[in-house]
Design a protein around this ligand. Sequence first.
Ligand code: NAG
Ligand code: NAG
Ligand code: NAG
Ligand code: NAG
Ligand code: NAG
Length: 510
Amino acid sequence: MISTKLFLAFVLLYVSAAAESKRNFKCPSGCACSRETIICVGASHVPRTIPSEINSLCIFMMQTFFLSVIFFSLNRLLNANSLTTIKDDAFSGLPHLEYLFIEGNKIETITKKAFLCYHALYQDLRGNSFQCSCENKWLMTWLKNTNATVSDVFCSGPSHMKGKRLSDLPIPPGECISTGKKTSAPSKSMSADIFSFKEDIFVATAAPNTNSCVVMEWDHIEMNFRKFDNITGKSVVGCKSVLIDNHVLIIVTQLFGGSHIYKFDVQQNKFIKFQTIEVFNISKPNDIEVFKMDGVWYFVIVDSSKAGMSTLYKWTKQPDRNETGFYSYQFLHEWFRDTDAEFVEVDGKSYLILASRSQSPVIFLWNKSTLKFILHGEIPNVDDMVAVKAFREEDEMYLALTCYIGDSKVLKWRNKQFTEVQALPSRGAMILQPFSFADRHYLALGSDYSFTHIYLWDKETKTFHKFKDIYVQSPRSFTVLSTDHRNFIFSSSLKGKSMVFEHVFVDLSL
Ligand SMILES: *[C@@H]1O[C@H](CO)[C@@H](O)[C@H](O)[C@H]1NC(C)=O
Ligand SMILES: *[C@@H]1O[C@H](CO)[C@@H](O)[C@H](O)[C@H]1NC(C)=O
Ligand SMILES: *[C@@H]1O[C@H](CO)[C@@H](O)[C@H](O)[C@H]1NC(C)=O
Ligand SMILES: *[C@@H]1O[C@H](CO)[C@@H](O)[C@H](O)[C@H]1NC(C)=O
Ligand SMILES: *[C@@H]1O[C@H](CO)[C@@H](O)[C@H](O)[C@H]1NC(C)=O
């Protein structure tokens, strides 16, 4: 073993010396070279020159005792000795690897995937600066359980963990997601609605500061939204899409100047005005809820003024006007300063739940014979809820109710009514948004005063557990987007920049 290490030390020096010259590189015999990687199996010598693009060099040699050895390096190691992460696929294709020497670098994290093909019996990881954070939890678990001889590994951070032996640490509970790369979208916004059309993904955001409804398109390379169209108006407060008969319509609500529907014009590649909607009894639109019932499209404009009424609109053909559009169909709720509406289908019935500033949330039931919503009841013991969102968990229906001052609540539909299952302390909360990525279910509780808390659903206790904090200034909505096998959360911010977070799930089980 000692002779092997000496040999490796030699290789390192040798390569360092040769790292400067990059031209005229010829892949040595016994090696496989790609643009970024050189893998040499049973090579008799080490390449003399390493092109700068190469960031992974693996030399896999047959020694006298039939040992397989890897010398692994990155370009940055050669130059600055500062290898900080190991690429996911660094060791793939090397199933017989037995020795790994990556000591003396500044490795902070190694992903589990990088280890997948790696069954080394001996590892020397000394001198690396491992972050004892949840991203390395799998490594802690592995160090505790492995039968391989592994040198001691110490934490170099975070500060309270510094100097501790990785294998001595208790395994941190829970799982690990990293919110990953964070990018910001151009504008402030108070709502966000993601929709896809012809295989492209868009977000429509209400941007009151620029008096517009900004439509952005997902850029699959930049992994962010870029500007697509800008529906300008006056005091825009709502911006919501509905896809009908292969057309994209966007409902734009305004405080002044009426509310309108825009339609995407394929020829002009922009949104053009399609219809002005009747806003007889609307005076302060606060939310738009779109839904389909028995094959017919509806939306509700929720009115938050004392003098207004939340109004249900229906997609109909008006014989007298000879045109199809959304027309007011039912005036719902008088003088209650409604803030949010949620359409829910449960046990074969359709309900509309309205949250109001002045009373408990009320439930309307769709009457299938009169084809109108009728007041059905209220959700008792919850006051001053600013938002209501429904979600399903293991086939059960739940509601997430947001409270600005006091506790936000999670309720479950049980015996034909909603009963409280969990209270989440919230201050300055305008949104409690359920969302899911595959079988992981979350709640994002936004706050105007501090961090947004992300809660994760626990299948055992059937409640949410605090999971992670992210920061968004005055968050107003969280909307998810899954594309290219990656998951993102778009959060609109009323006062700062709207943000895109990536949901990076680190699988910690080994
Ligand atoms: C370690 O060795 C024990 C005893 O031989 C065995 O039961 C166990 O499965 C081994 N663990 C691993 C991770 O290989
Ligand atoms: C949209 O248009 C408004 C008014 O013309 C402008 O102030 C605003 O900056 C535009 N927004 C974007 C994102 O281009
Ligand atoms: C709602 O608007 C309709 C149509 O303009 C009007 O006839 C009705 O009186 C209004 N209702 C209330 C309560 O203001
Ligand atoms: C309704 O509109 C269609 C096409 O726009 C037209 O052909 C038809 O004559 C119109 N009917 C009436 C009654 O106006
Ligand atoms: C629907 O309305 C009709 C007529 O008012 C009424 O007889 C019936 O009981 C209602 N159905 C429900 C489920 O409330």
